[in-house]
Design a protein. Structure first.
Lengths: 103, 539
């Protein structure tokens, strides 16, 4: 899923709906592509963690890809970068799931 | 109860100087059920906003006459269109253009070529977020009155500042983005003198965040009693995770003591310690923001502080809209919080007005609750000694100075010097007959011999002042100035004289001048200041 330049309360609710529907449909390995996103507000962070926890409860995960400097700073000060996967590219993020699938 | 109102098609104003683009976007949006109006340049767009009253403007960046940025600024400067959602649309992916558009208040930015589904999804999302449910006038007025009332309650729940405790002055200000918000600060002064100041920022803003913030404040006040900061944070985190309100909280707390502070910062911009014109310490990332994961630990950071140091806590509403969520230093610039002579930073109204002014340059789309909490260590510390002084009270004065002196001061020098200073302050300064004091006399005995001189004497004040390079003890009394002739040091004994013999040469200025790096007298002869410079080995 790709997100806009600024992910704030105006986008977070829809993002949460889409992602929760995906989890309900058993799509529990999710890559959020933040290549266009320069900032995430607290509502958006809360939504991401809500979905992250639902994915992990189903043995899946949610990871972030193509994270820019502004978002990196927000993840660092909230320490979310310590508890969730953050990848430079979409390929590496997807690779995180492929690794798990290897026998 | 209001009846259901059927939703009407939303209107989008498409502004682009290329007719093919206008037709393309209009076609995509009309297919998706929107009513579309178009304009071919900026000036036409501003007129069309007035006539078509769109729910959203899709705005090209590069246009003749008035460009997209100019239109955006005009819309944001007009109260009637200040909150109108605007999505910038351009062929340029220049970061500079994106920054300018967002800074000017664009809600989103899409680069060409545009995927039709993405365009429709973002526009729907934006309109949905910014359009309220239609209400009749009475219901709307009642809701506003209710919010006004809630805002008054929230304001009243803040502590009355400035608070002065344990040598610290603490003040703060909150400016919510709406009528009420999810930011607040509080100051807890416990009966044993422990002082904890904290700032919290609940995710989102508005009523739900305000409710959660009030609960967290009460819970944290309860948890902090008798517990370390790290333990209180861990318990609060577990509590919030169990409650599952869907909100999380960024919280920073500072426990202040006389010469050190303990900080835990979970999720807020860096807590910074300012000394003169420098940031000497920056504390952040002590643990994960609270309420996100049930099991988390929190690390305490202990920082030694000097009188005059200032500690600043901020919510991200004062940093993030300006481009960097972690740039507390720039926020201090905007709030003019660098220490300076005669500053009225303690006044909460002044601080609040600085917070309001500091946010005026940010993008309206990024407006958030804004809070600042400032702590300043007062200088100097003062203790009044018992009068007339016994040997015990002089010793107590020395201990008072020693417990507050920095590690780089020679305590033996201080002990000798201060003991002499206190006795000389009393003897020279008050009676001027030190030669009459016999070695075996207690000061109490001595003053008993001069009962008439005691009635109008006040306690002696011992004050401590510390700068980066100097530690100073100021001794001051109320009456009987020391004459200038007695303030000067007499000739020192030969170099290499053992200290005890040196002392035996006579109590008084000679010893004080030899032990301290600098000795100065107040003009009125009622006080002296003794300075110790930083030891070279400790520098």
């Amino acid at each position: 899923m790709s997100l806009p330049v600024r992910v704030d309360v105006s986008v977070a609710r829809e993002m949460l709906d889409v992602l929760e529907r995906a989890v309900a449909d058993s799509q529990t390995n999710i890559v959020l592509d933040l290549r266009d996103t320069q900032s995430l507000d607290s509502t958006a962070l809360g939504a991401i963690v809500t979905v992250l926890k639902k994915c992990r409860a189903e043995a899946g995960d949610l990871v972030l890809a193509c994270v820019g400097e502004g978002v990196k700073r927000v993840l660092a000060i909230t320490r979310l970068d310590r508890v969730m996967g953050v990848y430079e590219t979409r390929q590496k993020a997807v690779g995180r799931f492929l690794e798990n699938e290897q026998p | 109860m209001s009846s259901a109102v059927p939703s009407r098609p939303k209107t989008v104003l498409v502004v682009d100087d290329t007719s093919a683009n206008r037709r393309l976007y209009a076609s995509i949006l009309e297919t998706a059920g929107f009513v579309v109006h178009t304009a071919s340049d900026g000036e036409e767009a501003l007129l069309a906003v007035q006539t078509s009253e769109p729910s959203l403007v899709l705005l090209d960046y590069m246009m003749p006459r008035l460009d997209g940025l100019g239109v955006l600024c005009a819309l944001r400067g007009d109260p009637s269109t200040r909150d109108l959602p605007v999505v910038m649309l351009t062929a340029s992916a220049e970061p500079d253009h994106i920054d300018r558009a967002l800074d000017a208040g664009a809600n989103d930015y899409i680069t060409k070529p545009v995927n039709g589904k993405i365009l429709v999804a973002r526009i729907r999302s934006m309109i949905s977020a910014y359009s309220g449910t239609p209400r009749d006038g009475a219901e709307h007025d009642a809701l506003l009155a209710d919010l006004d009332d809630a805002a008054r309650v929230q304001e009243a729940q803040l502590p009355v500042v400035p608070v002065k405790a344990s040598g610290w002055t603490v003040t703060g200000a909150v400016v919510p983005s709406g009528k009420i918000g999810g930011d607040l600060f509080d100051i807890v002064v416990e009966s044993d003198g422990r002082v904890i100041s904290f700032l919290l920022d609940v995710s989102g803003h508005g009523t739900a965040s305000a409710l959660v913030a009030a609960e967290i404040r009460a819970e944290f006040r309860n948890l902090i009693r008798g517990r370390s900061l790290s333990e209180a944070f861990a318990r609060l985190n577990a509590h919030m995770s169990r409650r599952a309100t869907g909100k999380f909280c960024c919280l920073a707390a500072v426990e202040t003591a006389e010469n050190k502070i303990t900080i835990v910062n979970a999720g807020l911009p860096p807590v910074i310690i300012v000394r003169r014109n420098e940031v000497v310490e920056s504390v952040w990332g002590s643990g994960i923001a609270l309420g996100l994961f049930g099991e988390s630990s929190y690390e305490e950071t202990v920082v030694r502080v000097l009188p005059g140091d200032r500690v600043v806590l901020l919510s991200d509403g004062l940093t993030e809209p300006f481009g960097a969520a972690d740039d507390s230093r720039a926020a201090i610039d905007r709030l003019a919080l660098w220490p300076r002579e005669g500053d009225s930073w303690e006044d909460p109204r002044e601080l609040r007005s600085r917070v309001s002014a500091a946010s005026s340059g940010s993008s309206p789309a990024m407006d958030d609750d804004k809070t600042v909490l400032v702590l300043s260590l007062d200088s100097p510390w003062i203790q009044k000694t018992e009068f007339p002084p016994t040997r015990e009270s002089v010793a107590a004065a020395v201990r008072f100075a020693q417990t507050r002196c920095p590690e780089w001061v020679d305590r033996e020098r201080l002990d000798h010097g201060l003991t002499e200073a206190v006795t000389n302050a009393i003897v020279h300064g008050t009676l001027g007959i030190s030669s009459e004091l016999r070695a075996e006399d207690t000061y109490q005995d001595f003053f008993k011999q001069k009962p008439g001189s005691l009635d109008d004497l006040d306690p002696i004040e011992i004050a401590i002042e510390q700068t980066l390079d100097t530690f100073a003890v100021h001794v001051r009394w109320a009456n009987y100035p020391c004459p200038p002739s007695r303030q000067r040091a007499t000739a020192p004994p030969p170099s290499g004289t053992p200290l005890l013999e040196y002392e035996a040469h006579g109590m008084g200025m000679r010893l004080i001048h030899s032990l301290f790096d600098r000795v100065t007298w107040d003009d009125d002869g009622l006080g002296l200041s003794l300075y110790l410079a930083r030891l070279e080995s400790a520098a």
